[in-house]
Design a protein around this ligand. Structure first.
Ligand SMILES: [Zn+2]
Length: 293
């Protein structure tokens, strides 16, 4: 068990295990009465270690370990946590899984940035491997943008959507950890990516069948989804001209919809209003199963 340092006010310099390592350790320097709590070593205004104070008190190994600790921007209470779990996750005993700012909440091995979340985190690597997206060792040293560019250049078009969906899914999973304290398994991310890709390929297939309207008519495509449990529907619209140019798009949530027929009837009415609102007077209305002119 060890400490994640924030304001340093809960941690005894001499009695607690707070220096990084496997396992975390206590300081080995001779005790000094000059300082007592880790907070005494922190320049609170700068959010950095007070090196002038640290240097004369600690031995070389301790100084190196102290300075290796990344200073959190948070001034909240320190967090007591388990270290070195097989899963790479720390269990926060004081605040129940509050993530640590700046460190990857998934593996807690590195400062969290785009590159870590999308590529370097062991969790991300497992996801990429399972989706069969690979890159050469030298690409691992590139910055995120260049790495992504390399990924697109070295994979065929069919994989481009997969790459984009995977990046988005990894970021989404990261946000779930931060905001909801939910830790999705990497296999769940892989399944989600595959589901999106299947859905996307169906939509692409449908789009391939879309026929533009004859000039000067426009075409309004619409669709609706209905939740019986929530008694809600959501209607979506897109209007294109004869060149396929999008003239407008939008969606409307409607409450108190009690059955699917209501939702399907309503979407047609909403579609007409939608077209009228954006100044379209002649349009063909089309959905998967209906065509009304
Ligand atoms: Zn990580």
């Amino acid at each position: 068990m060890g400490w994640r340092i924030r304001n340093g006010m809960s941690i005894s310099i001499w009695n607690d295990c707070w220096l990084l390592g496997f396992p975390v350790r206590k300081v080995t320097s001779s005790q000094s009465t000059q300082v007592d709590l880790v907070s005494d070593l922190i320049d609170m205004d700068e959010r950095s270690w007070n090196i002038d104070l640290i240097n004369p008190i600690f031995n070389e190994a301790d100084i190196e370990s102290i300075l290796d600790i990344h200073m959190s921007n948070s001034n909240q209470n320190d967090i007591l946590c388990w270290k070195g779990e097989g899963s790479g996750l720390y269990t926060n005993l004081l605040t129940k899984r509050v993530s640590i700012s700046n460190f990857c909440p998934r593996c807690n091995q590195s400062i969290e940035d785009n590159t870590h979340v999308g590529r370097d985190c062991p969790y991300a690597r497992k996801v990429w491997r399972l989706l069969d997206i690979r890159w050469s060792d030298d690409a691992s040293n590139l910055c995120f943008k260049e790495w992504l560019l390399r990924l697109f250049m070295t994979h065929n078009k069919g994989k481009h959507i997969c790459i984009a969906v995977t990046i988005w899914s990894l970021w989404f999973a990261r946000n779930r950890i931060i905001c909801e304290h939910q830790y999705p398994l990497f296999v769940a991310i892989v399944q989600k990516c595959r589901m999106y890709l299947r859905h996307f390929s169906i939509r692409t297939h449908v789009l391939a069948w879309w026929k533009p309207p004859l000039e000067p008519t426009t075409k309004l495509n619409f669709d609706v989804c209905f939740s019986y449990a929530h008694q809600k529907s959501c209607s979506g619209f897109i209007i294109r001209d004869s060149a396929g140019f999008v003239l407008g798009s939008g969606f409307i949530h409607t409450h108190h919809i009690t059955y699917v027929f209501m939702a399907e009837a309503l979407v047609i009415l909403q579609g007409v209003h939608f077209a009228k609102d954006i100044g379209i007077t002649r349009s063909t209305l089309e959905s998967d199963s209906k065509k009304i002119t």
